[in-house]
Design a protein around this ligand. Structure first.
Ligand code: F3S
Ligand code: F3S
Length: 111
């Protein structure tokens, strides 16, 4: 799957959302996340991002590698304040903004 890494944090341009044919890019509070179980690896989102936050999981820069697991964690683990994981949420449009982030992103400080 494709992965959204640190550059999206607090930018959230959202151009990627319009490109995704399966609507698998979900909105947290500070960042967006690609559901690896729903992404079909089409790559359409990558060039749409003005800050180059998106890449295929195999090509995520080494210093951003935590974000591969973290995109999955947004769906597989219960988020702060929620009892159940999002899981196969069935489309970001139907879910709407989730309003919380993973611990990695919530605690992230730029620089
Ligand atoms: Fe984030 Fe880039 Fe999409 S900043 S919301 S990954 S277009
Ligand atoms: Fe969508 Fe990007 Fe995957 S456009 S299907 S999230 S490669």
């Amino acid at each position: 799957p494709y992965v959204i890494a640190a550059a999206c944090i607090d930018v959230m341009d959202r151009s990627c959302i319009e490109e995704c044919p399966v609507d698998c890019i979900y909105e947290g509070e500070r960042k967006l996340y690609i559901n690896p179980a729903e992404c079909i690896d089409c790559g359409a989102c990558e060039p749409a991002c003005p800050v180059s936050a998106i890449s295929q999981d195999r090509r995520v820069p080494a210093d951003q590698s935590d974000f591969v697991a973290d995109n999955a964690r947004f769906f597989d683990a219960p988020l702060p304040g929620r009892d159940e994981p999002l899981g196969m949420a069935g489309g970001a449009g139907a879910v709407g903004p989730v309003g919380v982030d993973t611990e990695l992103v919530a605690a992230y400080e730029a620089g």
